[in-house]
Design a protein around this ligand. Structure first.
Ligand code: ATP
Length: 291
């Protein structure tokens, strides 16, 4: 039986501005998304009836609350896809600001279309993705992109290269809703942000990217979870070029110039019970690896 293999890559936010609350309960943001080499693996195959999901690795619910399941349900409802069976190997830390659930959903959307030869335009797939979550449209295409609106209005940037990242994740989850509840809107409008980030990214200049990195959700999260501030300081003390919380946290990313530098600094961050991943930016989103 035909089996599709998709790598579902995590994202980081190279800075995030919150422009304001919206009547629909979401916030308008401005961010620079970047996919990284850390990924979950998703296998898809046709099944006899309904959706079945099995999860290995980091524990996640294996029922209808799983975003991979919800993506399969969307494909069946909206595009008349046949029943499917999903196997998920979970490596991306959960509720960590790395978009892991959204990446799995994007992988099922993309993999399901490939498995069943579904005819679907990019715009149609993008709108199915947005029904599942704000980050899913970006995670379908990946690379480097400016995200506006809820994060679904995407402008390609980059590609970025010439740096590596240390991802340091303390072992408690943060829900996006909680992080946004703590933001102080009004102090955050800074038109220089995009300009700085855009030109830094165009020029691939790590120095100016470093000065532009800021996440408006970070102060509120640190006041509720001081350990996030401890992680950030530990990264800076270890010698990274810059450190900033990714998305709604609690993962803090540290920028370094090379894999060797990341490997040298990483032992300074051990002994606290934090998860550490050394990753590089990649210029794609979820990738169908073949049948
Ligand atoms: P974002 O940055 O998009 O806010 P995140 O990285 O902070 O996302 P996720 O790892 O996507 O968070 O998980 C958020 C919530 O979604 C968790 O409460 C988790 O239980 C639930 N969830 C549902 N499906 C998945 C999945 N496939 N992988 C991880 N979490 C999932």
């Amino acid at each position: 039986m035909r089996r599709i293999h998709v790598e579902a890559h995590a994202k980081v936010n190279l800075g995030l501005r919150v422009a304001g609350a919206r009547p629909d309960g979401y916030h308008d943001i401005e961010t620079v998304f970047q996919t990284v080499s850390l990924s979950d693996t998703v296998f898809l195959e046709a099944s006899n009836r309904g959706i079945s999901l099995s999860c290995e690795g980091i524990p996640v619910p294996a029922g209808p609350s799983n975003l991979a399941w919800q993506a399969a349900a969307q494909l069946m409802r909206e595009l008349a896809a046949p029943a499917m069976s999903i196997t998920l190997f979970k490596r991306i830390p959960v509720a960590a600001g790395l978009g892991g659930g959204s990446a799995d959903a994007a992988a099922v959307l993309m993999g399901g279309c490939a498995l069943f030869d579904l005819e679907v335009s990019d715009a149609q797939l993008g709108s199915l993705a947005l029904k599942i979550g704000s980050d899913v449209p970006f995670l379908l295409r990946g690379g480097t992109a400016r995200g506006l609106g809820r994060g679904e209005i995407l402008e390609s940037m980059g590609p970025l290269s010439g740096f590596w990242l240390l991802l340091v994740t303390p072992l408690f989850p943060i829900r996006a809703k909680e992080a946004y509840a703590g933001v102080r809107i009004g102090l955050t409008r800074d038109r220089c942000y995009t300009k700085l980030n855009s030109s830094a990214i165009r020029e691939g200049e790590l120095g100016s990217l470093v000065t532009a990195l800021r996440n408006d959700l970070e102060p509120g999260v640190i006041s509720c979870h001081p350990e996030v501030g401890v992680v950030k300081q530990a990264l800076l003390d270890a010698g990274v070029q810059a450190a900033v919380m990714s998305g709604s946290g609690p993962t803090v990313i540290g920028l370094v110039r090379s894999r060797e530098e990341a490997t040298t600094l990483s032992p300074h961050l051990e002994g606290h019970g934090w998860q550490i991943h050394i990753v590089e930016p990649i210029d794609s989103g979820c990738r169908v690896e073949g049948a």
